[in-house]
Design a binder for this molecule. Structure first.
Ligand SMILES: Cc1cc2nc3c(=O)[nH]c(=O)nc-3n(C[C@H](O)[C@H](O)[C@H](O)COP(=O)(O)OP(=O)(O)OC[C@H]3O[C@@H](n4cnc5c(N)ncnc54)[C@H](O)[C@@H]3O)c2cc1C
Length: 488
């Protein structure tokens, strides 16, 4: 479909701001831009044929948030009711309803996968190449806000599974849950112990003959109320009054818990352990199955609503095995200990494949950007990459807390460009700032990708704090013109 490069074609379409991705972040960003910059032209490019991102893609039984919805919902659009951990369908409905209310659903161009973006300093524009169902399009944009999530939509992470070809049962990955999979009355083994495995086990146990969660090593699991007690009490107040109270209560609670966990890990470990032990029958060995070797928040903690995982174990519908796989057999899995787990269905809840910036090849004046050579500025821009902001949410709190701050920042930054009469802004790396890995986080999907990610610095504004209260200051309040950003 490529045109003759020697004949000048029509000029590509230009938009002032291009948002990439129509998930929770992209739709929220577009809504903020509509509100604060109604005069700017705006388009949202979405690779898939539908909006909602994560909350449309994942369809496994029990899919839900493990953040509370008062902080996972947008700051500017209350989450109504007292449901704290909501199911996937309700989250998808919330995101799409908000997009409709704000009129940004009409700005989304579906089936548009951004392949590359090249910044041209002379025209102060991004030249963006898009794959639309095999056809190549180009458009230009003054500013790009990348909201492409953090993982590969095509496939999840599956480690090598020895002997898998011999296995006669069904193998599914939660990222591609077959609509017609019937697990009722069957023996299911869920491999993994992350948020997905922990969500799946009680949901499957409701109909399965038995569900075994097979983990190599344990994860911290905490029970929290599925309904927010304070939201329940404030139920009679209008949402605009009750919502900020519940939201701030949850923000402060989460920040405090994280800080205590990092400073006094021993205390928090003991508290978590006793909470788990109290909910399990005495024959379950808490230390083998629920006491990780790492400290709380070295990896993401898993929250279960009203202890549903523990309830499933108590009822006998589910159990946990901590061991490694020796080999798959025709009928199931043989473990290193010699134990055999018979299974009709095996679910590989073994994680995601991290994909920075939606796999988009970035370049500046034709020079490819090597992400690992860039440094993240306020965890929302990249050194040396002009007019480009990205949203990657927190790992220790609700994603949306950060996404909202980033969208606000984009609005401020564009206003600042207007006020200065500047057309471009770029963070310029400072000499003497030490390099650190992008994330101080031990989860497998992060460790597997660290060498493909930008670096963070050892001081502000290059350091990623993972702390909403600090970010409220540095992203919402601090001066835009901080001497690190260069305006042209
Ligand atoms: C199962 C699961 C549960 C989760 N639960 C929580 C939770 O409880 N709390 C929490 O804080 N976080 C949670 N997360 C993290 C979650 O992904 C985010 O909270 C949030 O949904 C991310 O929204 P997003 O819009 O940034 O990204 P996504 O939801 O991933 O959406 C990104 C969009 O960008 C599109 N896109 C990607 N690349 C391109 C491209 N090159 N061109 C065009 N479009 C592109 C995608 O198709 C997609 O629609 C969960 C993640 C998963 C996988």
């Amino acid at each position: 479909m490529s045109a003759d490069p020697t004949t000048p074609g029509p000029a590509p379409e230009h938009v002032d701001v291009l948002v990439i991705g129509a998930g929770l972040s992209g739709l929220g960003a577009a809504a903020q831009l509509r509100e604060h910059h109604p005069g700017r032209s705006l388009a949202v490019l979405e690779a898939r044929d539908v909006s909602g991102g994560t909350w449309d893609l994942f369809r496994y039984p029990g899919i839900r948030s493990d953040s509370d919805m008062f902080t996972f919902g947008y700051r500017w659009r209350p989450w109504v009711g007292d449901t704290a951990l909501a199911d996937g369908a309700s989250i998808l409905d919330y995101v799409r309803t908000v997009a409709r209310e704000r009129g940004v659903d009409r700005l989304v161009r579906y089936g548009h996968r951004v392949v590359s973006a090249d910044w041209d300093s002379a025209s102060a524009r991004w030249r963006v190449r898009v794959d639309r169902g095999g056809e190549e399009l180009t458009l230009t944009a003054g500013f790009v806000h990348c909201c492409s999530g953090y993982y590969d939509y095509e496939s999840g992470h599956t480690p090598e599974l020895p002997g898998i070809e011999r296995y006669d049962g069904e193998v599914v990955h939660p990222q591609h849950w077959p609509e017609d999979l019937d697990h009722a009355g069957k023996r299911v083994v869920v491999i993994g112990s992350g948020a997905t495995a922990i969500t799946l086990v009680p949901a499957l146990a409701a109909d399965a003959k038995h569900v075994t969660m097979l983990q190599r090593s344990p994860t911290y699991v905490l029970s929290r109320p599925g309904r927010d007690p304070v939201a329940k009490v404030l139920d009679r107040l209008p949402a605009r009054l009750a919502f900020p109270v519940v939201r701030w209560k949850n923000i402060l609670q989460a920040v405090a818990f994280y800080q205590v966990a990092r400073r006094r890990p021993g205390v928090v470990k003991r508290l978590i352990r006793s909470g788990v032990a109290a909910q399990l029958p005495p024959e379950v060995d808490v230390d083998t199955h629920f006491r990780p070797s790492y400290d709380p928040w070295d990896q993401r903690l898993c929250f279960v609503p009203d202890g549903d995982l523990f309830r499933a174990i108590r009822s006998g519908g589910a159990s946990v095995v901590t061991d490694t796989i020796d080999t798959f057999t025709e009928r199931g899995i043989r473990l290193a200990s010699g134990q055999e787990l018979e299974a009709d269905v095996v679910v590989t809840a073994t994680g995601l494949r991290l994909l920075p910036f939606g796999g988009i090849a970035l370049s500046v004046d034709g020079e490819p950007v090597t992400l690992s050579e860039t440094m993240a500025y306020k965890a929302l821009m990249l050194s040396g990459v002009p007019n480009f902001v990205y949203t990657i949410g927190y790992t220790n709190a609700s994603w949306t807390l950060k996404a909202d701050l980033v969208s606000e920042y984009v609005a401020r930054l564009l206003r600042h460009l207007d006020e200065r009469g500047a057309r471009s802004v770029v963070p310029v790396r400072e000499p003497g700032v030490g390099e650190r890995p992008f994330m101080d986080f031990q989860s497998g999907y992060v460790l597997r990708a660290l060498d493909r990610l930008p670096r963070q610095g050892d001081r502000a504004p290059w350091m990623l704090k993972q702390n909403y209260l600090t970010d409220v200051r540095t992203i919402r309040r601090d001066r835009i013109d901080d001497g690190v950003l260069r305006f042209t």
